[in-house]
Write a protein that binds this ligand. Structure first.
Ligand SMILES: [Mg+2]
Length: 290
């Protein structure tokens, strides 16, 4: 038997990458951490930016329109330092309320598929969350605010691959180049310089950075809006935090812990591959002994 023939019937797993949001996806919404994030953002808007009227409503609306309040605040003209915002909003969080999650760790480690983080949050926040949950060794890479917005720190690109044939630096696609619409009224709202989910530019950058084929990637997020864009971009989508499937959602999990019940095929294809490999090994051994 030719080697090509031998491996032809080994089933190829449907997915070669699992892409995960962090907040309210890898830990439950009822942990309370997101409530603290919201409170800190409102405090930042009020105390640091001097916004006094309807701060809660504005925060909610900007989050809905732009994916993050920070992106919305920049869009409507507020000038502030990104690191200052992140340290105020995330740097004071009571991370100790999150406990190690050995169940999730074991689920993730039992899947020999690439796993990548894709979060709008800054890298320090992502590292703190993964550290508290005990999942820091479970992911091949992290796509964070800094990955999506490299110029926000240095204002320069250090990736030589981004140099054009004419020698000039090629800037990544900015969300500011894309029209932003209010999701309810479909009226265009001011553009933002921040690249973040749910905008297509963020997904394109994530695919390029982590070498992701969206057709062979399963994306987990608690935001319906993120999942809708993800679906348009070719990803297979999993809503986490609700078992109610909606538009743009292929699978819906009440908790990330339900991944095995909802997606047994992730483990089935691995089992089948192992079984075929074992059968081949036995067949070869028998031929050699005969
Ligand atoms: Mg989230």
């Amino acid at each position: 038997m030719e080697y090509g023939d031998r491996y032809q019937h080994i089933p190829r797993p449907q997915y070669d990458c699992l892409l995960f949001d962090v907040d309210d996806t890898l830990y439950p919404l009822n942990s309370g951490l997101s409530k603290d994030v919201t409170n800190n953002i409102i405090e930042y808007m009020s105390n640091k930016l001097g916004i006094k009227d309807k701060v809660t409503e504005l925060n909610f609306q900007l989050y809905k329109d732009y994916g993050t309040t920070m992106a919305g605040l920049k869009a409507i003209g507020y000038d502030f330092d990104y690191d200052d915002f992140h340290s105020f909003v995330h740097g004071r969080l009571p991370y100790e309320i999150l406990k190690p999650d050995p169940v999730l760790k074991s689920l993730l480690q039992s899947l020999p598929v690439r796993k990548v983080i894709f979060s709008n949050a800054n890298e320090e926040h992502v590292a703190s969350i993964l550290g508290r949950l005990g999942l820091e060794d479970c992911f091949e890479g992290v796509i964070s605010f800094e990955t999506l917005n490299p110029m926000k720190k240095t204002d320069l690109l250090d990736d030589e691959n981004d140099v054009n044939s004419n020698g000039s630096k090629q800037r990544p696609i900015l969300t500011s180049e894309i029209n932003v619409f209010n999701t309810e009224t479909n009226v265009e709202v001011p553009k933002t310089p921040v690249v973040c989910k749910p905008f297509e530019a963020a997904f394109e950058l994530a695919f390029k950075t982590a070498n992701i084929d969206p057709q062979r990637t399963l994306f987990f997020d608690d935001s319906i809006r993120n999942l809708e864009t993800a679906k348009l971009m070719g990803l297979h989508t999993v809503l986490v935090g609700s078992s109610h499937k909606t538009k743009g959602v292929d699978y819906a999990l009440e908790s990330i812990h339900n991944i095995r019940e909802a997606l047994p095929e992730l483990w089935e294809s691995i089992k089948m591959t192992e079984e075929v490999c074992y059968a081949e090994a036995v067949a070869i051994e028998t031929q050699v002994r005969a």
